[in-house]
Design a binder for this molecule. Structure first.
Ligand code: ZN
Length: 278
C-alpha cells in the first residue's frame, strides 16, 4: 500500500487516549500523528497536571483534531448533594472541552442501584437539562452514550439507542446529541431504525468502535480489538453513514489484556484491524 493511500485510509480514524492507557498525552499524540491517525478523543484524566491551553496546542501542533472529551455524566444519586456536585462537574467538563477545542462531552449518564431505574432516568434528564444553557454559551454539546444493559446497575440507566433518542426528543435542545458505540448497541434488534432516527433528527454526533469477545471475562476491561469478536462493525458503520454520519470512527478499547502488551504493537494492530474489520 502506498504512503498516500495509507494516509487516506486513516483520515477518519480517531483513537481514545484510554485505548492506549499506558501512554501519557504527549506520547499518545506523537504516536498517533506518526501513524497517520487524524483524531484523538481525550479522557479527562489526560488533561490533569498541565494547563488546558498547553494540552490544546500540544494536540493541534501535531495536526490532530480533538474529536470528543470523555467523559461527563453520572447524574443520578439518591443523595441530592451528589446530584448537585455532578452538575457542577459536568459544567467543568464543558469548560475543559471548550478550552481544548472538543466539540462535545460524551456522557456516561450514570445510575444509582439504591433507587429505581425510572428515578435514575428522571435525574439524568434533569441533570442534562441543568447543563444545557452552559453548553450553549460555550458552543459545546453533550453526547448521550447509551451503555449496554449490563451496566444498568451503576453506570448508565440509558441502555438503548431508542432511549437516548427519546431523551433528545424530550430535551429538545440543539446542544444535546448521541454517541453510538457498537460495543453497547450491537445486540439491539431495533438498532438500524434507531440509527436512522438519530440521523434524521441531526443528533448523531459520534461513533465508537471495538469488538465483543466471547466469553467476556471482565464487564469493563475486556473489550476486543475490531475483528476479535462477533460485532458486524462494517454493517453498523454502513447504517451510521447512511444516516448521514461522516465524522470520525473512534477506537475505544478498554482491555487489561492489550494494556499489558507493547503499546507500539497495539497501535499497529489497531491500524491493521481498522483497515480489515471496520
Ligand atoms: Zn464509547
Amino acid at each position: 500500500m502506498s504512503a498516500v493511500s495509507e494516509l487516506t485510509d486513516t483520515l477518519r480514524l480517531c483513537i481514545h487516549t484510554m485505548t492506549t492507557k499506558p501512554w501519557p498525552l504527549e506520547t499518545a499524540v506523537d504516536k498517533y500523528a506518526a501513524a497517520g491517525v487524524r483524531g484523538i478523543t481525550v479522557w479527562r484524566q489526560w488533561l490533569e497536571g498541565r494547563p488546558l491551553e498547553k494540552s490544546r496546542s500540544l494536540i493541534a501542533d501535531a495536526g490532530l483534531a480533538v474529536v470528543s472529551l470523555c467523559r461527563g455524566g453520572f447524574f443520578p444519586s439518591i443523595d441530592a448533594g451528589k446530584r448537585r456536585e455532578a452538575i457542577d462537574d459536568n459544567r467543568r467538563a464543558l469548560d475543559e472541552a471548550a478550552a481544548i477545542g472538543a466539540p462535545w462531552v460524551v456522557l456516561v449518564c450514570g445510575a444509582d442501584p439504591r433507587q429505581s431505574l425510572d428515578e435514575s432516568r428522571r435525574q439524568i434528564a434533569d441533570g442534562i437539562a441543568a447543563c444545557l444553557e452552559h453548553a450553549e454559551q460555550l458552543g459545546v454539546k453533550l453526547a448521550i452514550e447509551p451503555l449496554h444493559p449490563m451496566y444498568a446497575g451503576d453506570r448508565s440507566a440509558v441502555n438503548t439507542l431508542a432511549q437516548a433518542n427519546d431523551l433528545c426528543d424530550q430535551l429538545d435542545h440543539s446542544s444535546v446529541g448521541v454517541a453510538v458505540d457498537v460495543y453497547h448497541l450491537w445486540w439491539d434488534p431495533h438498532l438500524q431504525q434507531e440509527i436512522e432516527r438519530c440521523g434524521r433528527s441531526g443528533n448523531l454526533l459520534a461513533f465508537h468502535i471495538c469488538d465483543w469477545r466471547t466469553p467476556t471475562i471482565d464487564l469493563l476491561n475486556d473489550r476486543g480489538l475490531m475483528g476479535e469478536g462477533c460485532i458486524d462493525i462494517r454493517r453498523i458503520r454502513g447504517w451510521v453513514e447512511e444516516a448521514g454520519f461522516n465524522g470520525f470512527n473512534e477506537v475505544e478499547i478498554f482491555s487489561d489484556r492489550w494494556w499489558k502488551a507493547d503499546m507500539d504493537d497495539f497501535l499497529a494492530a489497531i491500524l491493521a484491524a481498522y483497515r480489515h474489520h471496520s
